[in-house]
Structure formats: C-alpha cells, structure tokens
Design a protein around this ligand. Structure first.
Ligand SMILES: *Cc1c(COP(=O)(O)O)cnc(C)c1O
Length: 374
C-alpha cells in the first residue's frame, strides 16, 4: 500500500503500464486454449519419473550438474530419431521452458543498441524478451496466407540490421510452417550482418509429412539456432523443459549468460525419465495430427453470415479460424458452454487447440450452437 511518506518504487518507466503475460487459467471442462497435449502421462511414465526424482532427492544437498551433460546426450539422441540429424551434446542447450532458452539468446545476442526482428502475427512473448533485455523490437508483416515473403524478409533484415531474427515455424498463432528456401535466404542475409537466426520449432513434431525441420540446416549455418520444447508434443508442459540445437560456438555463448545451476536436479531427472519413454509420450502425436486435419476440414465447411469460415493451414496442434465481426462474443459463447479457446491473433480470428476426440467434438457442438444463434 502506498502512503504519502512511502517512497515510489523506481520501476523502469517502460514497465509502468505493463501487465504480466498469460492466458486465462479457467477451470472449465474443455480446455483448448494453450496448445497442451490433452493426454496425461501413463502410469508407466509416472512410475519412472517418480523413481528418477527419488534418486535425485537423495542428492539434493548438492548443486546439480551445471552443464547437464547426460540430459544433453539424451536430447541429442531424441533429435537423431525424430529428425535424422546427428548432433554432439555440446550443440544442445536446455532451460526452464523454451521461453528461458529465448531469454538466454536475447541476453547473449540482443541488448542495448541492438535490434531483434520478427514477422507478425507471431508469438506474443517475443516482444517481451526484447523489452526485458533492452533490445529494440521490429516486426515485418507475414503475407495474407501467413507465410513470409522471402524478398521482403531479406529487405527488412538488410534495412534494420538486427543481431537476432526470430522465425516461428510452425508459427503460433497461425500454425504456418516456413519452407527452407525462405529460412536459407534469411540465414544468408543474416550472415552478412552478422545476426543469429532463431527458428522456433515448438510444434515441430506436429508438422505434416514433407514439411522439413530447420535442424537439417545446422551443419551449414553456425549462426542458426533451432529451439524445441517438451511442453507440446511431449505432453510435459508442467515440466518446463525447453531446448535448443545450434553450433557449439553459439551454445558456448549461452553458457556465459545463464544463471549457475539454472536447471534443477529434479528437472533434469524428470526430463531424462520422460525422454526414456519417448515412444509412449509421443504415441498420440499421430492421432493429434489426424485430429488437426479433420478439424481444419470441418471448420472450412462451416458458414457464418453466409460466408465460409477462413481457416489457416496448420502444421501445429492448433487451428486459427475466422473471421468474426465480434470474436469476443464467439469466445464467450464457447466458454458459456464449457469450452475454453484462445482469443488471439489478427483481429477477428480465434485459435483452438486439438484435444481428445471427445473434447474436439464438444468444441464443434458448442461452435455450431454459437454460430447458429447469430
Ligand atoms: C508454446 C510455445 C513455446 C514453448 O514454450 P515453453 O516455455 O517451452 O513451454 C515456444 N514458442 C512458441 C511459439 C510456443 O507457442
């Protein structure tokens, strides 16, 4: 409480009108708002995690392995299986969510007098990482179909001369994946500045057949960083484990800015236990992909005010659809029927995560109801 004699807090002026980031965490039956995997870990996975955590607990009087070598080996092994790209542990980095990985990137390569560039609409956390590291924030526009125009992107990079370029692929909130031609052109332009190019692949495991991963470019581009997370496909949002693959030189720069012992022994143990069950944890990814494709098809067949709904192509576990004259009313109508989705993205659009078949059906029923009322 402020009394007349209490000194004001010396808050940085640029934070004065800011509010903490976060989607509403509402306790409703069907939660399709933050792109989680709807399937909880199996009893088997839970038992392995409990066992590994008990072992870690016996050593909690000691600080954890600062460089988490065993976990980095496990992550490298996982990527070899998932994408066929073989990396050394020194090319892997991890932190408490890929959010923290991004902060490390901006701390090492952004900063006062420097610029970060991205292409909107995109992940709403990016400008916050820039703000928190005093990095100037510049956005180009994505095209009508939410891809990035290669020539425009290269032009923007050459004009703004950023030190960090953030490309989400598949993008949030649109679901759009970028082709490697665009990413390569941006990497070539970035090399001339130089800038680090971050390809955020939080949703990579959901990409459609034939959509490549930027991991394939790592051996040719030492200024490329590909970020991944265990929060989405891996069904472990509560774990807070994000990671990155890059050149050893780039990873070594991140080691300078991280806080010592930033990954707790409990986190390392849990992540390793989960990775040892990767097949079981990723078992539903194929179902979720098929559910996503069905949902895109179903939404495209719906009409609002006599017009078909627009639906963005998706390589992720969510779908962006619209447009509505009053999207908030549609969001609220769904919530009144027990279905929570996300009011995000360009004006008029809404985003829904793919749930279990039952949850997706509940969403369809609720939307049919809400649209029918109009
Ligand atoms: C969900 C998401 C992440 C992952 O964040 P975590 O901190 O790993 O949970 C990263 N990037 C994008 C674009 C996302 O949507």
């Amino acid at each position: 409480m402020t009394t007349p004699d209490a000194p004001a807090l010396p808050l940085r002026p640029e934070l004065a009108d800011e509010v903490p980031y976060g989607a509403p965490q509402l306790d409703v039956p069907v939660r399709l708002n933050v792109n989680e995997n709807p399937y909880a870990p199996s009893d088997d996975v839970v038992a392995t995690i409990a066992e590994h955590v008990a072992h870690a607990a016996r050593g909690l009087n000691r600080y954890p392995d600062r460089d988490f070598d065993a976990l980095r080996d496990d992550l490298a092994q996982y990527l070899a299986v998932e994408s066929g790209v073989h990396l050394h542990r020194s090319q892997l980095w991890a932190a408490n969510g890929s959010n923290e990985v991004m902060l490390h990137l901006l701390q090492a390569f952004g900063g006062p007098g420097r610029t970060a560039v991205s292409f909107a609409p995109t992940y709403s956390m990016y400008p916050e990482y820039a703000r928190d590291t005093h990095t100037r924030w510049v956005t180009g526009r994505r095209a009508e179909d939410f891809t990035i125009d290669t020539a425009e992107a290269v032009g923007l990079v050459e004009t703004e001369r950023p030190s960090v370029i953030l490309l989400a692929s598949p993008n949030n909130p649109t679901g759009t994946a970028l082709d490697l031609t665009t990413i390569r052109a941006v990497l070539d332009a970035a090399a001339r500045i130089p800038a680090v190019v971050v390809v955020d692949e939080a949703y990579a495991e959901f990409r459609r057949a034939g959509t490549p991963s930027a991991l394939e470019l790592l051996d040719r581009y030492p200024h490329l960083a590909v970020t991944r997370t265990m929060s989405k496909a891996f069904a472990a949002a509560g774990l807070r484990l994000g990671y990155l693959a890059a050149s050893t030189e780039l990873v070594d720069a991140l080691r300078v800015v991280r806080l010592p012992y930033h990954l707790s022994a409990v986190t390392q143990a849990t992540a390793r236990a989960a990775l040892s069950h990767r097949d079981s944890l990723l078992a539903q990814v194929a179902d979720l992909r098929a559910g996503r494709d069905d949902l895109v098809g179903w939404l495209r067949a719906q009409r609002v005010d006599g017009r078909p709904l627009q639906v963005a192509d998706s390589d992720a576990n969510f779908v962006l659809f619209g447009t509505f004259d009053d999207r908030h009313a549609v969001w609220q109508g769904l919530l009144d029927r027990g279905v929570l989705i996300r009011e995000t993205g360009p004006e008029g659009w809404l985003r829904v995560s793919v749930g279990t078949p039952g949850e997706t059906q509940a969403f369809k029923d609720a939307l049919t109801d809400v649209i029918g009322e109009k």
